[in-house]
Design a protein around this ligand. Structure first.
Ligand code: 6PG
Length: 242
């Protein structure tokens, strides 16, 4: 445990995806109420999504789980770059009731308009949550520059305090398409944030994040519970190696 975050080191990417699936299911099993899970984009969660639609499928009470997305690339959902498009293809399409899939609508004219519409959807959903935080579990990743969701270092979006969703005109890293991103007030409104990071190319940035440099991924903490980092051995900075 370093400060407010718990770091768990797993042997490899497969063990990490299995651990993430088990945590997600444990979170769902805490009670029998509707559950809100905020998914993440990027390549790291893909194995987790395959497991959820595969060997874990029968352990998920699909009718009571709602799926959101923490950030989206401003492309049609049929585009391979779309985060919700990927999650749908890998598992949601086959497993989740369509009304439980809360995608960011990227058919709007601009990312700002998409952000306003998604924020409205989140606020309506939050009202049904009976004073609970917005989400039960928020999955997140960390980029090579320390971004998380589409909150990039040195962008105004990372300091947003009022809006829950914003349009992001420029991405710091590939793919260089405009984005729509939840902000810290929305992402942190959860019982648990679960970061996932794998591979040696993440080691340097994780070292900086775990030393609490003022990077977006270092700043996200669940307000109503735990912030957990699952990292594989290749990504773990030397201080975490036994
Ligand atoms: C996105 C993301 C982004 C991602 C990190 C890590 O849409 O790109 O949501 O924040 O989680 O960049 O991505 P990888 O898992 O591909 O390393």
């Amino acid at each position: 445990m370093t400060g407010r975050r718990k770091i768990i080191v797993l042997p490899d990417a497969e063990a990490l995806a299995l651990a993430a699936a088990e945590r997600l299911i444990a979170r769902i099993d805490r009670d029998s109420k509707p559950v809100a899970v905020c998914l993440t984009g990027g390549s790291t969660p893909i194995r987790l999504y395959q497991l959820l639609g595969g060997i874990f499928r029968s352990r998920i009470p699909w009718p009571r789980v709602h799926w959101f997305m923490g950030d989206e690339r401003f492309v049609p959902q049929s585009n391979p770059l779309s985060n919700m498009g990927a999650a749908r293809r890998i598992f949601l399409h086959d497993c989740a009731p369509p009304k439980n899939i809360h995608a960011i609508d990227t058919d709007t004219k601009t990312p700002d308009i998409a952000a306003i519409a998604y924020e409205q959807e989140l606020r309506i959903f939050q009202k049904s949550r009976d004073k609970q935080p917005l989400f039960d579990l928020v999955l997140m990743g960390a980029g090579p520059d320390g971004h998380t969701a589409s909150l990039f270092p040195n962008s105004s979006a990372i300091d947003e305090e009022e809006k829950w969703v914003v349009g992001v005109a420029n991405a710091n890293v590939e793919p260089f398409v405009p984005r729509v991103s939840l902000t810290l007030p929305a992402l942190e409104s959860t019982h648990e944030i679960l970061f996932m990071a794998c591979g040696g190319d993440k080691r340097d940035i994780l070292n900086r994040i775990f030393n609490d440099e003022r990077l977006p991924a270092a700043r996200a903490h669940a307000i109503a519970g735990e912030t957990v980092w699952l990292v594989d051995e290749a990504a773990a900075p030397p201080s975490l190696h036994r």
